[in-house]
Design a protein around this ligand. Structure first.
Ligand code: SAM
Ligand code: SF4
Length: 338
């Protein structure tokens, strides 16, 4: 049975969407402080006793796999800052799913063997500027050289890489072509992400660079016959393109201006064991509380998925989506896990 069929029959919501892709945040901590992800004053961290232990992560993940999940992504915070990250990755690697991570890359040099042993072959790595000063400004830390060294290391070890770039007007929108040029000689995918609103990230519409604006820049810099629109995979959040003869590709994740909710197959587990059926949902179901009380989490999972809104946690038009009263009821991104 292929994964699409499996998704269609497993864990359906009331809009007919199957859910085969679980994203697990394993920590709220991070070694960077990206301005679009977390507030300047930091976040109040959940006490450790309320966070999932490694055993609890594996138990919950196994339950999801039994219900049809066939892909798991680890995220955070920065997943690799968690002290037992390697053990968690190794154990999840035995569940027989496609296992991957989203990471800022700063610690990957310590995990190359772990990734290989766990069967991780692709990684999403985040970078928002190719210029050192701007990289340091957006991350509020000075790890530019470390980042590049580690990216080369991943590349040299044969990992398939996707680079996540949050595009912010007046900050890095003048680097779109520079990022695309990275795909000339390297078989990597650049993923331009529209800047999304979350609690405390100073989002406003003027900072948004839309899918249409990104394509305008692309079309200005490359002739029409060189820009190829690729076929997107089922459930793909990215609209994929490439420049003819370049080794890699680029895509746009347009959650703000062109949401892809109708094919969404994703569910999210936060580091404190809460199930979120949408990145933008402001309701959550605690699986951890029930697990610790010795209860059955399966009915909770089904209920949570059934209650999923058709679009962006119920913020189904621009007015609702851009209303700070609504989006600030959600967590900040660092506490959701991207
Ligand atoms: N620390 C890891 C990293 O940075 O890759 C994983 C967690 S991070 C929250 C996951 C992804 O969410 C990153 O690619 C980050 O750029 C993206 N992200 C964070 N805040 C965002 C926002 N407001 N809008 C769009 N993407 C955002
Ligand atoms: Fe940390 Fe990733 Fe958020 Fe940056 S985007 S602060 S690296 S969790």
């Amino acid at each position: 049975m292929d994964s699409t069929m499996e998704n269609n029959i497993q864990m359906q919501d009331s809009h007919g969407r199957g859910h085969g892709y679980l994203r697990i945040s394993i920590t709220e901590n991070c070694n960077l402080r990206c301005t679009y992800c977390m507030p300047a004053e930091g976040i109040a961290l959940t006490p450790k006793a309320h966070l999932m232990t490694a055993d609890e992560i594996i138990t919950i993940a196994q339950t999801f796999v039994n219900l049809g999940v066939n892909k798991i992504r680890l995220t955070g915070g920065e997943p690799l800052v968690r002290k037992d990250a390697a053990a968690i990755i190794q154990r999840l690697g035995k569940l027989g799913v496609e296992l991957t991570l989203t990471t800022n890359g700063i610690l990957v040099h310590d995990f190359i063997d772990t990734f290989k042993e766990a069967g991780v072959t692709t990684l999403n790595v985040s970078i928002d500027s190719l210029q050192e000063e701007k990289f340091n400004q957006i991350t509020r830390r000075n790890y530019f050289d470390k980042f590049w060294k580690n990216l080369e290391l991943l590349d040299a070890n044969g990992f398939q890489l996707k680079l996540n770039v949050v595009v912010i007007k007046g900050f890095n929108d003048n680097e779109i072509v520079d990022f695309i040029e990275l795909t000339k000689e390297r078989n990597i995918q650049i993923r331009f992400i529209e800047f999304m609103p979350f609690d405390g990230n100073q989002w406003n519409k003027d900072k948004l660079v839309s899918y249409a604006e990104i394509l305008t820049q692309v079309n200005y810099n490359y002739s029409a016959e060189k820009v190829e629109r690729m076929t997107d995979k089922p459930n793909d959040t990215a609209k994929n393109h490439k420049i003819a003869s370049y080794k890699g590709s680029f895509s746009v994740i347009s959650s703000v201006t062109n949401p892809f909710c109708s094919t969404c197959n994703r569910i999210r587990l936060t580091a404190d064991g809460k199930l979120k059926n949408c990145l933008f949902s402001n309701t959550e179901t605690s699986l951890l509380d029930t697990l610790r009380a010795g209860g059955d989490i399966e009915p909770l999972i089904y209920q949570n998925i059934k209650s999923k809104f058709a679009m962006r946690g119920g913020m189904d038009d621009d007015t609702k989506f851009q209303n700070p009263k609504l989006f600030s009821q959600n967590r900040s991104m660092i506490k959701i896990g991207g």
